[in-house]
Structures are given as structure tokens and as C-alpha cells.
Design a protein around this ligand. Structure first.
Ligand SMILES: [Zn+2]
Length: 82
């Protein structure tokens, strides 16, 4: 276990080794929930698998609209449709 102090803004730094292990980087969306007297912090499943962003997510997909359009354009180019 690692102990960290909460700063004046209520923030706690997640240890680098834990962030690395879970693939958490700058701008990764995190889900925070209260479980009894514990705070559970987990990487959101709503983030894009390509860019890690969380805005404009496609329903039922793990990718955002921007990345989906980028992938579609690359596929079209490979298939000679562009
Ligand atoms: Zn994306």
C-alpha cells in the first residue's frame, strides 16, 4: 500500500507505477464511486481505445467518432475507395 496526502484542492496523485500498469495517462477518463467507506477509482470503460478520449463515443463501440472516421478513411484508402 502507498499513502499519499490530499492537497488543498482535494487531489491525490495516483502513483506512476500504478498508472503505467493500468495504462492511465494524461486525460484518461476515470470513474469514481463511493463504496461504503471506500472510494473506488477505475479507468472508465467509456474512453476511446484508440486515443483515450471520452467525448463523442459511438454507442456500443469502444471508439470515438473522430477515430472511427479516421479508421474508415484509412480503410477506404486501402480499398481504393478514396
Ligand atoms: Zn478516439
Amino acid at each position: 500500500m502507498i499513502s499519499r496526502r490530499v492537497d488543498s484542492m482535494g487531489r491525490v496523485v495516483i502513483p506512476q507505477e500504478m498508472r503505467d500498469k493500468l495504462g492511465i495517462s494524461h486525460d484518461t477518463l476515470m470513474d469514481i464511486s463511493l463504496k461504503g467507506n471506500k472510494i473506488e477509482l477505475r479507468k472508465s470503460e467509456l474512453s476511446c481505445a484508440v486515443c483515450g478520449g471520452s467525448s463523442h463515443m459511438l454507442k456500443g463501440a469502444s471508439v470515438c467518432r473522430g477515430c472511427a472516421e479516421d479508421i474508415a478513411a484509412k480503410l477506404a484508402a486501402v480499398n481504393g475507395e478514396a
